[in-house]
Write a protein that binds this ligand. Structure first.
Ligand code: COA
Length: 258
């Protein structure tokens, strides 16, 4: 596989995908989303890969969001397509993946980064991690399933608090809220994730796939929610607040919303 933005390492029937754009805090640009889709599709079809771990490169970030520089000039239709395509290629794809996918969160998991972690089946975070959905500071809302999956994981009240304040929470808070399954030291993160992956890999692969399908089926109502998210996400791209929010990020200043 020719992958520019990912590293893949395989051992003991587990594959580790490392998103490798540390200079941009592993922000998800279109190329990275497409590569993740291709890599996951290939690993899905390999019999000797039973479990996948996704992590970020460097000490600072898992993924600091969708790549803001790529979409700051988008209009409403392009915004809707951005959300719909990303959900289809990556976020829904992972949620419905027939092999367990573990997010090893090694730092900032913000916006699309937290949405990526939430689409995975299990989340393990190192204790330096900070998690949040800061989209409203950009005049946006989460567009990769965050409005639906966060509410499923932490409940509606805490989900609305996180989305409306845009505040980041610590790994320990995320553990208490049920947003992550475990917290480790930075040094131990990959060992803990790998040990969990290997314990899953020993189990029946057909049973693992069935379990994922059955658990997901209990949340099938979310389709309507995701459709509303795509439509509302698109509308944000027609607002002055979105122009101001993304311009302020690029200019490294605080936004002034009307
Ligand atoms: N999209 C594009 N570029 C991003 C990015 C994103 N989501 N997050 C970080 N980067 C880039 C920065 O622009 C910077 O690039 P530069 O060196 O070319 O200027 C580089 O990554 C390092 O980020 P920087 O902001 O300098 O690091 P920091 O330690 O001061 O702050 C964060 C870290 C995570 C708090 C900050 O980068 C941030 O707020 N990122 C955006 C988070 C966000 O809103 N995500 C949701 C997007 S929908």
């Amino acid at each position: 596989m020719n992958l520019k933005n990912l590293l893949i390492h395989k051992a003991n029937r587990c594959a580790v995908i490392t998103i490798n754009r540390p200079e941009k805090l592993n922000a998800l640009n279109t190329a990275t989303i497409e590569e993740l889709n291709r890599a996951l599709a290939t690993l899905r079809d390999e019999a000797d890969t039973r479990v996948v771990i996704i992590t970020g490169s460097g000490q600072k970030a898992f993924v600091a969001g969708a790549d803001i520089s790529e979409f700051s000039s988008f209009g409403i239709e392009e915004g809707k397509q951005l959300a719909a395509k990303g959900q289809n290629l990556l976020f829904d794809f992972i949620e419905q993946y027939p092999k367990p996918v573990i997010a090893a969160i090694n730092g900032y998991a913000l916006g699309g980064g937290l949405e990526l972690a939430m689409a995975c089946h299990v989340r393990i975070a190192s204790n330096n991690s900070r998690l949040g959905l800061p989209e409203v500071t950009l005049g946006l809302i989460p567009g990769y399933g965050g409005t639906q999956r966060l509410a499923q994981l932490v409940g509606k009240g805490k989900a609305l608090e996180m989305i409306l304040t845009a505040a980041m929470i610590t790994a320990e808070e995320a553990l208490a809220w049920g947003l992550v399954n475990r917290v480790t030291s930075q040094e131990e993160l990959m060992d803990v994730a790998t040990a969990m992956a290997e314990s899953m890999a020993k189990n029946s692969s057909t049973a693992l796939a069935s379990a994922i399908r059955a658990v997901n089926a209990g949340y099938s109502y979310q389709r309507t929610g995701l459709d509303v998210e795509i439509s509302e996400f698109g509308k944000c791209f027609g607002t002055e607040d979105f122009r101001e929010g993304t311009t302020a990020f690029t200019e490294k200043r605080k936004p002034k919303f009307s």
